[in-house]
Design a protein around this ligand. Structure first.
Ligand SMILES: Cc1cc2nc3c(=O)[nH]c(=O)nc-3n(C[C@H](O)[C@H](O)[C@H](O)COP(=O)(O)OP(=O)(O)OC[C@H]3O[C@@H](n4cnc5c(N)ncnc54)[C@H](O)[C@@H]3O)c2cc1C
Length: 261
């Protein structure tokens, strides 16, 4: 893991609120796993002072590029939209623990909301490479925010979209859909990111159905290197509750162990 100045190949607005950035990653020699993230310096000067964490969205091994999909929220992401092709961005990573994808799992379920869809897209890409079938429920405010759906479909995922706009994203409706997909498919493992409400739902359903599940947590981070302890979360171990750092021990954890408040 180290700081890299990577050449920007493109950085473009792809919907009302989302931007997509593609970087030349030929100088990164480490293996990058879905679920891992990079801490990106968003501004030219020291503002914002802290880097911002972004999950890897696509990894293109042959062309040696990586991609990020980001939602414009505050100062950091606004600054990031100013970056143009042929400039460089200062990125630190890959960081954290990624998803574990057991090749014996022939079908997996993904449940993602908002920017969590970007995180799970990289997993869908790895699943496609391993011939693992992906069934994905993608939740967002509006259809306009579901642009990564096409990326997942491109990886062969069977995609179900639920949105506030269509009145289909209530927890009860999503739970019904999850249960329906579990009866229609022989789901061996489930993965989630982007919503505590949906994660709680998946935690309950996967526990009942005894399906292993993983979550990528998105906590506010300070250093992202395990030093500042700004991003701790609680994990239920047999011995009791353990406070762990999302940036270092995570961001991916066994869903059944995470204490979701
Ligand atoms: C491991 C990890 C992976 C991530 N991957 C992606 C990604 O792929 N794409 C993407 O768009 N975003 C991702 N995020 C979230 C992204 O880091 C934040 O949206 C970004 O830091 C906001 O920075 P900002 O300066 O634009 O906004 P800020 O001014 O820092 O914040 C704007 C608003 O967003 C809230 N906020 C900031 N960070 C978070 C957070 N981590 N969780 C919840 N609320 C937050 C703040 O409280 C504030 O209300 C990820 C976060 C983590 C921890």
């Amino acid at each position: 893991m180290k700081v890299n100045k990577l050449n920007v190949l493109s950085n473009v607005k792809v919907s009302d609120r989302y931007w997509h950035m593609k970087l030349d990653a030929s100088s990164i020699t480490e293996l990058i796993k879905p679920g891992q993230f990079f801490n990106i310096k968003c501004g030219e000067n020291d503002l914002p002072f802290l880097r911002r964490p972004f999950s890897i969205y696509r990894i293109n091994k042959e062309e040696k590029t990586i991609e990020f999909l980001y939602l414009v929220k505050g100062q950091g992401t606004i600054e990031l939209t100013d970056v143009v092709a042929d400039e460089t961005v200062d990125i630190f990573g890959p960081l954290g623990v990624g998803f574990e994808l057991n090749p014996e799992w022939d079908t997996i379920l993904l449940l993602a909301r908002g920017v969590g869809i970007a995180t799970l897209a990289a997993l869908a890409q790895e699943a496609a490479e391993k011939n693992i079938k992906c069934v994905a429920i993608l939740s967002a405010r509006s259809n306009n925010d579901l642009l990564a759906a096409e990326t997942l479909q491109g990886f062969g995922a069977q995609v179900y979209k639920v949105t506030e706009e269509d009145g289909t994203s209530d927890a009860e409706d999503v739970q019904q859909l999850v249960e329906q997909l579990l009866t229609e498919n022989d789901i061996k493992a489930a993965f989630t990111c982007g919503s505590k409400r949906l994660s709680k739902l998946l935690q309950k359903v996967t526990k009942t159905n005894q399906i292993p599940s993983q979550i990528a947590l998105e906590e506010h981070m300070g250093c992202a290197m395990g030093v500042c302890y700004a991003c701790v979360c609680d994990i239920q171990e047999e011995s009791g509750i353990n406070s762990v750092r999302v940036c270092k021990e995570g961001p991916v954890f066994d869903l059944e162990k995470v204490v979701l408040s």
